[in-house]
Write a protein that binds this ligand. Sequence first.
Ligand code: SUD
Ligand code: ADP
Length: 303
Amino acid sequence: MSVTVRVPAKVNVQLAVGAARPDGFHDLANVFLAVGLHDQVTVTPADELTVTCEGPDAEQVPLDRTNLAARAAIALAGRRGIEPAVHIHIVKDIPVAGGMAGGSADGAGALLACNELWRAGASRAELLAICADLGSDVPFSLVGGAALGTGRGERLTVLETGGTFQWVFAMAERGLSTPAVFREFDRLARGRDIPEPVASAQLLQALAKGDADALAAAVSNDLQPAALSLFPELADTLDAGRGAGALAALVSGSGPTTAFLARDPDAATKIADALRASGTCRTVRTATAPAPGATVTRRAAAR
Ligand SMILES: C[C@@](CO)(OP(=O)(O)O)[C@H](O)COP(=O)(O)OP(=O)(O)OC[C@H]1O[C@@H](n2ccc(N)nc2=O)[C@H](O)[C@@H]1O
Ligand SMILES: Nc1ncnc2c1ncn2[C@@H]1O[C@H](COP(=O)(O)OP(=O)(O)O)[C@@H](O)[C@H]1O
């Protein structure tokens, strides 16, 4: 038997960052929106834990036990006192180190798939607790849709959305390290008072109404200055998208993927074409949000 799970990428429509905590993390008001760009994770019984990966960025994905999908399998097996004897295959479409939570998606996907494969019977609450141990973004990959993450982003409140939103994503030539971007945030914030992170009421209302113009007026990302400081060329990509009529242009999470909100699918195509022609990015994709969270798509008998 093998089990396949499909897991979405995310964009942060608000990322309010508080001061560094004693444990090194930052309190956040993190408004996540799952977008229709997916990784697929398939787990199959095997003699020992192995990981393989295919897709455009596959060579950048670690195939050892540091892979978040492997860590998820190890965590669940450990709780059940069994061996994580499973082969994990990842079909990767989410850019690596792009600020779109690709690794987190694979962690949540592998966890859900192993829970099915091993009939481990973990409840939603147990799965969410394991996700939070794996990383701040992993619970959202399981849940999908739209949610507000507080604490370090792992404590989720599901948000209603009143419609769909059209996005364009520009992937950069290289990645950015999430810890490095938070460190740069701290450096830029030195000597300033950092307010408590709070979700914007205007933004939550725009999501609830499905109003793209109102959402565009309310999006914000406190990590954007840090990402631009480490990767100044991203400003050219943002300008190219704005010039092509994007309602909003922002860095996705810690970057370096840039995200552009479009009024409708035609506008998204126009923005995507302009970004491709601009020569300021590696690849360009369009996607609709919100997308569902990690979902089992296939159960197959062993051959
Ligand atoms: C910035 C965000 C926005 O959604 O995502 P990405 O853009 O990386 O995808 C997240 O906060 C990233 O979450 P995730 O990638 O799961 O990070 P983790 O593994 O938990 O932490 C990696 C490192 O990022 C920093 N970190 C992360 C989360 C947080 N609230 N405060 C932090 O300071 C810490 O230095 C930590 O050691
Ligand atoms: N399954 C995975 N897919 C991608 N990266 C992974 C995975 N597991 C661990 N990693 C590591 O996590 C780092 C961050 O990757 P990723 O989650 O794609 O980016 P981000 O945190 O910016 O959303 C990568 O550079 C890689 O070393």
